[in-house]
Design a protein around this ligand. Structure first.
Ligand SMILES: *Cc1c(COP(=O)(O)O)cnc(C)c1O
Length: 418
C-alpha cells in the first residue's frame, strides 16, 4: 500500500492507499467475507499468534478489507494508525475504556452526542469512573477540572445540537501541559473541514456512519492514533507492556488487544467496503453540504417564524470566530439547529415537510430533520435537557446535497403553515 503524493484533500480522499495491483486490478478492495484465515503450517499459525507475522487469524481480530479502510482513514486524518469498529459508539467506548480503570476520572465537554453523554454520565458510573463535565468551549473550566486521577480530555469538534466549537489547539495545549491526551470526536467536521491532529489532538474518533459513508447505508466507527503522545507519562504506568510491544503506537495496541478483540466490536467488511465507496465522493458531497447549510442557515435567519438559528457559519454564533480559524476555510459544517414557537409548532412543521426525512441520523446526502427533545432525549430529565440546551422548541436539521432552492422551498412551505 502506498500513499499518494497528492496534497489536495479532494484528490487524496479518492487515491490514498489505493492498490489495484493487489486487488487483481479492481478499483475497490475485495470484501473478504471470511470468518477465519487458513495458515499453511502449525508453525505459521503459532508465529501469527505470537505477533511475528502480519497475517490474519480471525475476523473479530482483523480483516483485510477493514485494513485498507484503516490505512486510508489514518492517512486522511494525518494519523499514524487507525482501527475501524462496528459503530461510532464502539470506537468511543473502546477509545475511553483503554484509558480508564476503576476510580479514574476524565474531563469532557458536555456538548456531546446523546449516547456518548449517556455512556459518560450513566454507564461509566457503574465502574466507579467519573466524567467531569464542563462547558465544551470553557478552557478555564477544562483546566480546573483536571486532577491527579484524570486520564484524558474529551471534546467534539462541533457539538450537536448546540453547534458550539471548542478551541482544539488551546485544549490540546492544556492537556499536554498536564501530561494528558486530547481525544476528539470529529464526526460532524470530517477531515475535509478540520484535522484535529494538526491542531494538537492525540486521538481522533469518527462515526463513519455519517459523512464518510454518506448514504445512510452502513454503520461504522474509527479511532485514529496520532502516534505522537508520550505514554511514558507518570499518569500511565499500565501502558508499559504496550509501550514495550509497540512504542509510540502503544495506545492503539491497547485498544485493540484489550478491548476491541475481547468486546467484539468488529467492523463488518461489507460496511468497510461501503464506507470506502462513500469516501470516493466525500469531498464533493461535503462541498455541497457546507454550501447548502450556510444558505439554509441564512434563509432560516430571515424567516419571522424562526426564533433563533444555531450554526457556526453565522456571524452571530458565539463559535463563529473559533470555527473560522480552526476549519479549513471551506465552511462550517452541514448540521444546524433552530427554534420555533414550541413543541406543537415543531411537530406541525416536521409533519408538513415534503422533501426532508424525519429520522434519527445525520450526514446523509438527503436532508434530515428531527425534534431531539421528544426523540433522542425523551428519557432525559428536565434539568439535564436544560443543561444540554435540548429545549422543546428546537429542531435539528442535517442539510443534504439536494438543490438548495428545493431545500429552502420545502422549509419555507412548512413555515408558511405554522
Ligand atoms: C452518530 C454519532 C456517534 C455515534 O455513531 P454510531 O455510528 O451511531 O454509533 C458519535 N458521535 C457523533 C458526533 C455522532 O454524530
Amino acid at each position: 500500500m502506498s500513499s499518494t503524493k497528492y496534497q489536495d484533500f479532494r484528490t487524496r480522499v479518492i487515491h490514498e492507499c489505493q492498490s489495484p495491483a493487489d486487488w487483481e486490478g479492481a478499483t475497490l478492495p475485495p470484501i473478504y467475507q471470511s470468518a477465519a484465515n487458513l495458515h499453511p503450517t502449525a508453525e505459521n499459525l503459532s508465529d501469527t499468534f505470537g505477533g511475528k507475522t502480519g497475517d490474519h487469524i480471525y475476523m473479530r481480530l482483523t480483516n483485510p478489507t477493514n485494513k485498507v479502510l484503516e490505512q486510508k482513514l489514518a492517512a486522511l486524518e494525518g494519523g499514524a494508525r487507525a482501527l475501524v469498529t462496528s459503530s461510532g459508539m464502539a470506537a468511543i467506548t473502546n477509545a475511553c475504556m483503554a484509558l480508564l480503570r476503576a476510580g479514574d476520572e476524565f474531563v469532557s465537554g458536555n456538548s456531546l452526542f446523546m449516547s456518548t453523554y449517556v455512556l459518560f454520565n450513566n454507564i461509566f458510573k457503574k465502574y466507579a469512573i467519573t466524567a467531569r463535565m464542563v462547558e465544551s468551549t470553557d478552557l478555564t473550566a477544562i483546566e480546573e477540572a483536571i486532577n491527579e486521577k484524570t486520564r484524558f480530555i474529551y471534546l467534539e469538534t462541533i457539538g450537536n445540537p448546540k453547534m458550539d466549537v471548542p478551541d482544539l489547539a488551546k485544549a490540546a495545549d492544556i492537556a499536554h501541559r498536564h501530561g494528558l491526551p486530547l481525544l476528539v470526536d470529529s464526526t460532524l467536521a470530517t477531515p475535509y473541514l478540520c484535522r484535529p491532529i494538526e491542531l494538537g489532538a492525540d486521538i481522533v474518533i469518527h462515526s463513519t456512519t455519517k459523512y464518510f459513508s454518506g448514504h445512510g447505508d452502513a454503520t461504522g466507527g474509527v479511532l485514529i492514533d496520532s502516534g505522537t503522545f508520550n505514554w511514558q507519562s507518570h499518569r500511565f504506568p499500565d501502558f508499559k507492556p504496550f509501550i514495550d510491544r509497540k512504542g509510540p503506537l502503544a495506545y492503539l495496541d491497547k485498544v485493540w488487544r484489550e478491548h476491541h478483540i475481547n468486546f467484539g466490536t468488529t467492523q463488518a467488511p461489507l460496511h468497510s467496503y461501503l464506507t470506502m465507496l462513500g469516501l470516493d465522493t466525500m469531498a464533493l458531497r461535503m462541498e455541497r453540504h457546507l454550501a447548502n447549510a450556510q444558505q439554509v442557515a441564512e434563509f432560516l435567519s430571515n424567516r419571522p417564524e424562526v426564533k433563533w438559528v444555531r450554526y457556526p457559519g453565522l456571524t452571530n454564533s458565539p463559535s463563529h470566530q473559533t470555527a473560522a480559524a480552526q476549519f479549513n476555510g471551506l465552511g462550517f459544517g452541514g448540521v444546524l439547529s433552530f427554534g420555533l414557537a414550541d413543541q406543537a409548532t415543531c411537530f406541525k412543521f416536521i409533519n408538513t415537510l415534503k422533501l426532508a426525512y424525519n429520522l434519527a441520523n445525520l450526514g446523509d446526502c438527503k436532508t434530515l430533520v428531527i425534534h431531539p427533545y421528544s426523540s433522542q432525549y425523551l428519557s432525559f430529565d428536565e434539568p439535564t435537557r436544560q443543561k444540554l440546551s435540548i429545549t422543546p422548541d428546537l429542531i435539528r436539521l442535517s442539510v443534504g446535497i439536494e438543490a438548495v432552492t428545493d431545500i429552502c422551498d420545502d422549509l419555507g412551505q412548512a413555515l408558511d403553515t405554522i
